[in-house]
Each structure stands twice: as C-alpha cells, then as structure tokens.
Design a protein around this ligand. Structure first.
Ligand code: ADP
Ligand code: MG
Length: 415
C-alpha cells in the first residue's frame, strides 16, 4: 500500500486516495498505457482491455453458503495492454506498482517475490489447460481500482488479463467460463478461497444495473438501479491480519450449523436451503455462536431477495431498512464489523438523502457501501469524512459511483 502512480501530467496521486477528483478519461488512460507498454517492451501493444472492480450492495457471507449476492461494478477499472510473443515467455509490468515480472510457460510457478504476478501466472497456466493457445505475451497493467480496499482489484486484474489473453489467442469463451477460471486462479494459484461473485460481476456487469447472482446455480439477473441514486464507497483504510483465520472460522461455524439443522430439516445442503421460518422454529437446537452465525446467513439471503423486490417496486425506504439491517446483523450476529465501519454507517445515516448504508466485503476492515440520492452525495461524503476524522484522527477515502459495464476490449490495433 502507499504506492503511487504518476499520471500523464506528472502529478502524483496515491492509488488508495479515493477522495481526490475523478480518474482521467478512458482515452487518456489508454494512450498513457500505450506509451508505458512501448517504453517497457520496445513494441506497441496489439490490444487493450479493461475490467472493473465491484462493490456488493447486499448479501454478505452468503456466497459460500450457496446463497444470493447483489453486487455492481464500479467506475474504477484495470486496463491491460497486451501483445503476443512466440518464445514461450511472459513479461508483465504493473504501472500501478511499478514492478515487473517474467516467467516461462513451460513451467509456471508461484512467485514469492512478486505476489501480484501470481494472478497473471495462474491465468497463463490455467488458460492453456482449458484449451486456449498461448505462446507467450507482453502485458502492461494500470488500474484506478484501489488495491486491498475490498472493492476487488484482484478480480479486475484477473478478468482484464483473461480478456486480453483470449483476444491474443483469437478465441473466445463465455464470460461465465472465464470468470470461473479466474476464480480458480485465485483459489488454487494465489491461495485465497473466494466465491464466484467478484469475477462474475467484473465480467458480466451492465451499466446502471445491479447483478443478482445465485451462488449455487450461477444463475443471474440484472436489476436496474433507479434513476437519481448513486453509490458512495468509504474506505476505512484498515486491513486486518485476522481476516483469513476469522473467515475460515465463520465457514466452519456455518457448516456446523447445517449439520445440526439437517437433523430436523432433512435434505438441506447449505444454509441457503433454510427459510427464515424454519430457522426461527429450530434455532433453539443450535448453540452460540453457531446459532447467531446461521441467523445472519439465513436472514441475509432473505434480505437480498427482498431488496431486489423493493428496488423493482422503487420502494427505496425499504431498501435502506434492509441495508441497515444487514449491517446490524453482520455486526452483532456474524461479528465481522469494526468500530471504523460502524462509525461510517452511523455517520451517513443522519444525512438527508441517504437511503441506506452497510459494511461491504468480508469485514474486519475494508469499505462501506451507501445508497444515496445523487443530490446528497457531497453532503454525505463531507459528513462521513468529518465524523470519521473526529473519531479516528484521519480522513477516510470516499468515492461515488454508478453501476459500470463489465469487462471489455477498449482498443485494438487496426493493422
Ligand atoms: P482486493 O481484491 O479487495 O483489492 P486482494 O488482496 O484480493 O484485495 O487483491 C489485491 C492484490 O491484487 C494486490 O495486492 C496485488 O497483488 C493484486 N493487484 C490488484 N491490482 C493490481 C495492479 N493494478 N497491479 C498489480 N497487482 C495488482
Ligand atoms: Mg480480491
């Protein structure tokens, strides 16, 4: 963290500084990355792709319980410039981190020195295994997605790179196929046990829509965000070392809950199969904290579906209530919030025009997501920054977004 990028005009902007100004227009970023690529590799790229980060409006810790999530892609994305090589070598340069890496396709291994390159190494191993011919590549990367802030810079990197490598191979795969492959990269090659949400939304997102995703069946639907509303993201700046161990513990507690409830609800495979009514009837058979963990997941799944219905009915007050209820449940039952997240949510709550707010992502740090009327965004962001500074002595980064489009090719050499 604390890395800096130098933009075209030579001014310095911290990649995690979400608060200052808007990112450059896409054409300027593309032109800049073309220059970076040519400087690094001595030739021009043949294709440039992009893929966005994401934020989850509601449905937290439901993905690994076979449940529902409702994310959107953000107006922050990762660009990848690429050109094919024929010598079995991959050379990669991240302008975001100002770091380079290279490897050979005949023996792709994890790198301890350049962990960021493992996302790309994994792709260059798994894509050929999936029948996509790769004989080598030069890759240059630049991103406006903040790294490690819980808005999935990792999925943006994977999906943009995957889209670029498919283009170099002059082949295509269904977006869902690429997303599943990128998830495998993250699970098997980087070693992070995540669900399918991040890659699916980074690939499939449609502008002005949320993506309702069923993490069991992988079925999805688009849900329009009503006009006049935008999404505010506020980053606590906290990255907790606890996340992995606590995450694994929560998973195990959910599995214990399923095993116990299966005694009275035969046939259930995951908490996704338990209705709120059944849970209320049988929760006395569970001991704490398993009971509270299960209560969160069961009620959260119901909240996602109710949020979708409320959005479709333009019942925004109800959407707000469900977002606050989600936060309370994550704080008290799932116990993954921290005071910084609670403070951001509460600070926004008092602002006229704020519909709802909650922590988003795994917890123990990361960001909050807030649904707010367009005309109230400045008031919201000033208020949460002020209140947070009074409590914690520093100003959190905030940014505003509307739902963005998923991964795409943004430039192609014409020859
Ligand atoms: P998140 O996905 O929430 O941002 P992760 O820890 O899952 O957090 O992924 C962040 C990691 O992904 C970074 O530490 C880095 O290794 C890699 N990464 C993401 N974007 C880039 C980029 N533009 N250049 C190089 N590495 C990147
Ligand atoms: Mg990630």
């Amino acid at each position: 963290m604390g890395t800096v990028t130098v933009n075209e005009r030579g001014s310095r902007a911290g990649v995690r500084d979400l608060g200052r100004g808007m990112p450059q227009p896409l054409e300027e970023r593309v032109a800049h990355l073309q220059r970076v690529f040519t400087r690094q590799f001595g030739v021009a790229p043949s294709v440039i792709t992009r893929a966005p980060g994401r934020v989850n409006l509601i449905g937290e810790h439901t993905d690994y319980n076979d449940g529902f999530v409702l994310p959107l892609a953000i107006q922050r994305d990762t660009l990848v410039a690429a050109r094919a090589r024929v010598d079995g070598q991959v050379r990669a340069y991240s302008a975001t981190l100002r770091s380079g890496a290279q490897w050979y396709l005949r023996d792709v291994e994890q790198s301890a020195d350049q962990p960021w390159s493992n996302y790309l190494r994994g792709l260059t191993k798994l894509l050929p295994e999936a029948g996509v011919p790769i004989a080598g590549a030069d890759l240059a990367i630049a991103s406006t997605v903040p790294l490690g802030a819980g808005v999935s810079s990792s999925a943006a990197l994977e999906m943009a790179t995957g889209t670029a490598l498919l283009s170099l191979a002059e082949t295509s795969r269904a977006t869902t196929t690429l997303a599943l492959l990128c998830q495998r990269v993250e699970n098997e090659f980087v070693g992070v046990r995540t669900g399918i949400m991040d890659q699916f939304v980074s690939g499939l997102a449609q502008a002005q829509h949320l993506l309702l995703l069923d993490c069991r069946t992988q079925a999805y639907e688009y849900v329009p965000l009503p006009d006049g509303f935008v999404i505010g993201v506020a980053d606590t700046g906290v990255e907790h070392g606890l996340v992995a161990s606590e995450y694994n513990r929560r998973r195990a507690e959910c599995e214990l809950g399923v095993a116990a409830l299966a005694a009275v609800l035969p046939g259930i495979r995951a908490l996704r199969d338990v209705s709120v009514e059944d849970f209320v009837r049988h929760e006395h058979t569970l001991i704490d904290p398993v009971r509270r963990r299960c209560r969160h997941v069961v009620t959260e799944n119901a909240r996602v579906l109710e949020t979708v219905a409320a959005l479709r009915a333009e019942a925004l007050d109800r959407v707000g209530e469900l977002m606050y209820a989600s936060h309370t449940s994550l704080r008290d039952d799932y116990e993954v919030s921290i005071p910084e997240l609670d403070t951001l949510v509460e600070a926004g709550r008092g602002v006229r025009g704020v519909v709802g707010s909650r922590m988003t992502g795994g917890g123990f740090g990361g960001s909050t997501v807030t649904l707010v009327e367009q005309r109230a965004v400045n008031h919201w962001s000033r208020t949460v920054r002020d209140v947070f500074r009074q409590h914690f002595g520093r100003i959190p980064r905030t940014f505003i977004t509307t739902p963005a489009q998923g991964a795409s090719i943004v430039w192609h050499a014409t020859d």
